[in-house]
Design a protein around this ligand. Structure first.
Ligand code: KG4
Ligand code: ZN
Length: 336
């Protein structure tokens, strides 16, 4: 089964062709990072305008790279939320028009479901249920139990900022650039992660929720008190902040994995590219729950891409769950 997957939920215009839910024939992502850098964050209207310019060239490139014609596609998968409304609209309208003109079926996919299914891409290891996925992106932080395909239970989420958002906001406070995640991670390599004793928010709460806005406030107070931080101090703040976020994420994930007796643990979303998170979670799983398997998401599928949307759609398609009427759902969570 050949699925064309499209995602325009935020600032990346992406299209991919996936065979049988996991083989990536092409995955084209046109990043707008350089365009939004000067604004220090994604400007929704600017993102939508670029999606309009890029969407057809990106789809054409995805088909060409996969070496197929548009007539050979079996169905089209499109993200219908959560995300920026104007960005989502471009992808949805394009997908609908394409499906209508080619007489193909269409499946609307929740973006977070896509981040979970990125784990099935180019993965030779079988993912055994029940599984636990820590979704950590720019807009969301969620712990999700996957009892079986398409059967989700959100057991925890952030009460304020998402993990990626915290990285981006802290980078802004430190004036080190955008997007914050990869920059903080790089500077952290040359910093001391014990230099500052930042809190591990909500680590002792009984639930599986997170909160990162207080951590951001700690760094705001620090930058106000010390406006002229030198390079090494900034590296130390980056390393200590990253460790505080990672410790919190890892602690709650391990706790949830034990309580729900999951067989597989996986990550999803842009922050799962973080080297410290990948290393620490793997180590803690080996030490504390060696009978659970850690499925390491391939680096290229951590951030937004069309391939993960197609991978999720495959599971719907083989169960004949097609979408007759697409609703745009910019605010939805992963409660399907
Ligand atoms: O999943 P994603 O590409 O888009 C959303 O759905 O939001 O995630 C983007 C987020 C940004 O906040 C970015 O700073 C963060 O992922 N990110 C990272 C790293 N690479 C990207 N955060 C921490 N460490 C990284 N290496
Ligand atoms: Zn995303």
């Amino acid at each position: 089964m050949l699925i064309l997957g499209i995602d325009t939920s935020c600032d990346d215009t992406s299209a991919a062709v996936i065979k049988d839910g996991s083989f990536v024939l092409s995955n084209v992502v046109s990043s707008q990072t350089e365009i939004h850098r000067e604004f220090g964050g994604v400007v929704p209207e600017v993102a939508a305008r670029h999606h309009i310019e890029l969407i057809i060239p990106v789809i054409k490139q995805a088909l060409a790279k996969a070496n197929i014609t548009k007539e050979q596609i079996d169905l089209i998968a499109i993200t219908n939320g959560p995300g920026l409304i104007t960005s989502l609209m471009v992808g949805i309208d394009t997908a609908k028009s394409l499906a209508y003109s080619l007489n193909k079926k269409i499946i609307a996919i929740n973006h977070l479901e896509g981040h979970i299914y990125a784990n099935w891409l180019e993965n030779k290891n079988k993912i055994i249920f029940p599984a636990l996925c820590l979704i950590v992106s720019g807009g969301h932080t969620e712990l999700v139990i996957i009892k079986d395909h398409l059967n989700y239970q959100v057991i925890g989420q952030t009460r304020d900022d998402a993990a990626g958002e915290a990285f981006d906001k802290v980078a802004k406070l430190l004036n080190i650039g955008y997007p914050g995640g990869p920059i903080i991670s790089k500077l952290a390599d040359n910093g001391d992660n014990q230099a500052y004793n930042f809190p591990r928010p909500m680590i002792n709460s009984k639930d599986f929720d997170f909160s990162f806005s207080g951590l951001k406030t700690e760094i705001l107070k620090l930058t106000k008190k010390h406006p002229n931080l030198d390079k090494q101090q900034i590296n130390n703040i980056c390393a200590s902040f990253q460790k505080a976020v990672v410790d919190t994420l890892v602690f709650k994930t391990i706790k949830a994995a034990k309580e729900y007796h999951v067989k597989t643990i996986m990550l999803g979303g842009g922050v799962s590219a973080n080297k410290c998170l990948r290393k620490d979670i793997k180590q803690k799983i080996q030490q504390e729950i060696p009978n659970s398997h850690f499925s390491l998401l391939k680096f290229q599928f951590t951030s937004d891409n069309g391939a993960m949307i197609a991978a999720a759609a495959y599971q719907h398609a083989i169960r004949k769950k097609f979408t007759d009427f697409i609703k745009i759902a910019p605010e939805t969570n992963l409660i399907l």
